[in-house]
Design a protein around this ligand. Structure first.
Ligand code: ADP
Ligand code: MG
Length: 331
């Protein structure tokens, strides 16, 4: 099968918001009046971001979903994507499942695939996927990382740590019981980007990002960009039943504070918006947890997370020594 046939068979579907799609030298799109284009890209590399034998449907979903998540974090409405893919084999079964997963996510969020590039790699395990996403946000309304202010509440959506626990389970270092396994594996393989939340936060959140590298590492980006500090209450962070009741203190903290791949949103908002956010949580049927406060502290030393003025308090209101618990390399 030629490269052209492969693209036609697997990556060409009807579009909804596109003037010219797959098949020409470039795609053509028109940005709606009063909107800015939000653009982001994320690459997934076999062996680094996923196992080479990962289920292709789930991989297709995730390749797009992690990009959609970046739109959610900006308060942007995703509309267009491109897909660049380096394939070791022209395996029709694999490609069919992969593209079905990709388009399942595209349909769920009303996104067109408008172009890309397809190439062969000579490396047996060299499967590489790069997705670019473009979305619209009203001019000036995008939620940046730099707007957090002292006194703002810090909020997180969903249950943190599940993807990291699922990964540990797959690697054999954790044993999640059958009753909770699907939920955790779904968090890892089929992340649900929080678009509805992101859109509803446009006029509320003072800063926002999606959690891909772990709560503390990602919150650290907000603190740096906003030049503020934060106090976090560990017990207010929502996680799964398995993580909260089966794990020791160190593992619990590892998953909840440093577990990557969650794709939940972490955002800041004025305390005046608390009631709105509780209502929003009900309407979206999505937990929103208030986990701490932005402080004016810029941090006193240059070592570890405390240099960001980031303090995490345990149930006894004692500061957890992050530097001694292995989180400092998540800076
Ligand atoms: P060119 O040689 O002009 O770069 P290509 O042969 O690489 O064109 O691609 C032909 C068309 O198919 C282009 O419109 C391109 O955007 C699209 N395309 C290529 N690979 C993909 C893919 N994996 N997914 C979606 N569209 C693709
Ligand atoms: Mg090309």
């Amino acid at each position: 099968m030629s490269e052209f046939d492969l693209i036609k068979q697997h990556f060409t579907r009807a579009t909804r918001h596109t003037n010219l799609s797959v098949g020409d030298d470039a795609a053509l799109i028109a940005v709606s009046e009063g909107m800015e284009l939000a653009i982001s890209a994320d690459m997934l590399v076999a062996g680094t971001h996923f196992f080479a034998d990962t289920d292709p449907y789930q991989l297709g979903w995730k390749a797009l979903a992690v990009n959609v998540s970046d739109m959610a974090a900006m308060g942007a409405n995703p509309k267009w994507s491109t897909l660049t893919i380096a394939l070791p084999h022209n395996d029709t079964t694999w490609l069919t499942q992969f593209s079905n997963g990709f388009f399942a996510c595209a349909e769920a969020f009303d996104i067109d695939l408008i172009g890309g590039d397809t190439t062969r790699t000579k490396h047996e395990n060299g499967l590489t996927l790069s997705v670019q996403i473009m979305g619209e946000v009203p001019v000036g309304k995008a939620i940046r990382r730099s707007g957090a202010q002292a006194g703002d509440d810090i909020w997180v959506s969903g249950e943190l740590g599940k993807a990291a626990a699922a990964l540990a389970h797959l690697l054999g270092s954790q044993n999640i019981p059958d009753t909770e396994l699907t939920d955790h594996l779904n968090a890892l393989h089929m992340p649900q980007p929080r678009i509805a939340l992101g859109l509803a936060l446009r006029d509320v959140a003072t800063s926002c990002l999606d959690i891909s590298d772990g709560l503390l590492a990602d919150l650290g980006h907000i603190l740096k960009a906003s030049k503020v500090g934060a106090d976090i209450q560990l017990q207010d962070i929502l996680t799964s039943k398995f993580i909260s009741s089966n794990l020791d203190k160190t593992e619990f903290r590892q998953y909840v504070l440093a577990g990557g791949d969650d794709y939940e949103l972490c955002f800041t908002a004025s305390p005046n918006d608390e009631a709105y956010l509780h209502r929003l949580s009900k309407n979206l049927n999505l937990p929103l947890s208030k986990i701490g406060k932005i402080t004016s502290s810029l941090g006193l030393n240059s070592l570890g997370l405390n240099s960001l003025g980031l303090n995490v308090f345990d149930t006894n209101n004692q500061i957890i020594e992050l530097a001694n618990t292995g989180y400092n390399h998540f800076n």
